[in-house]
Design a protein around this ligand. Structure first.
Ligand code: ADP
Ligand code: MG
Length: 157
């Protein structure tokens, strides 16, 4: 499966997708999260992190731009880094902060506002597009690599 599309009728629906995605993750994945402010990118990430075993708060890394969490995937500890690049001043700032080092075969990176680091951000394995419709959201997931495709094949939603 390269492609998956559905409607999320309420916040619980977005959270449920995050939980399902948590079960399908594997180290090495980079996931871009697209969508306007309020589309549900952080809601999805928060549910994913909680489902992967993170017990504490998940706040949007609005000023820190990146927030690492250690969770468990298939019983093994894995670092998941949540980026919110909305306030990134320039692609150079991304490089200077050393953010590229977060992207490696041992981690999972979830990136809100990837457009802000165009040109320096490592390519995605999966792109998620969230759109606001009436009271709900439509969501589209697209795999762009073999690893991303394998993840979407493991996704049961
Ligand atoms: P973003 O990170 O994309 O800016 P947030 O996750 O911070 O968005 O905020 C999303 C807002 O929309 C929250 O208030 C949340 O309760 C709400 N929300 C999330 N998913 C849905 C949905 N499927 N239907 C309706 N409201 C939703
Ligand atoms: Mg957000």
């Amino acid at each position: 499966m390269h492609h998956f599309k559905t409607i999320l009728h309420d916040e619980a629906g977005t959270a449920a997708l995050g939980e399902s995605l948590a079960l399908a993750l594997a180290p090495g994945l980079t996931i871009y999260l697209h969508g306007d402010l309020g589309a549900g990118k952080t809601t999805l990430t928060r549910a994913l992190l909680h489902a992967a075993g993170h017990a504490g708060h998940v706040k949007s890394p609005t000023y820190t731009l990146a927030e690492p969490y250690t969770v468990r995937l298939n019983g093994k500890p894995v670092e998941v880094i949540h980026f919110d690049l909305y306030r990134l001043g320039s692609p150079e700032e991304f490089l200077d902060a050393g953010f590229r080092e977060y992207f490696n075969t041992a981690t999972v990176c979830l990136v809100e506002w990837p457009e802000k680091a165009a040109g320096v951000l490592p390519p995605p394995d999966i792109e998620v597009f969230l759109g606001i419709i009436d009271d709900g959201r439509d969501v589209e997931l697209q795999a762009l690599s073999e690893q991303g495709k394998a993840c979407l094949e493991r996704l049961h939603f």
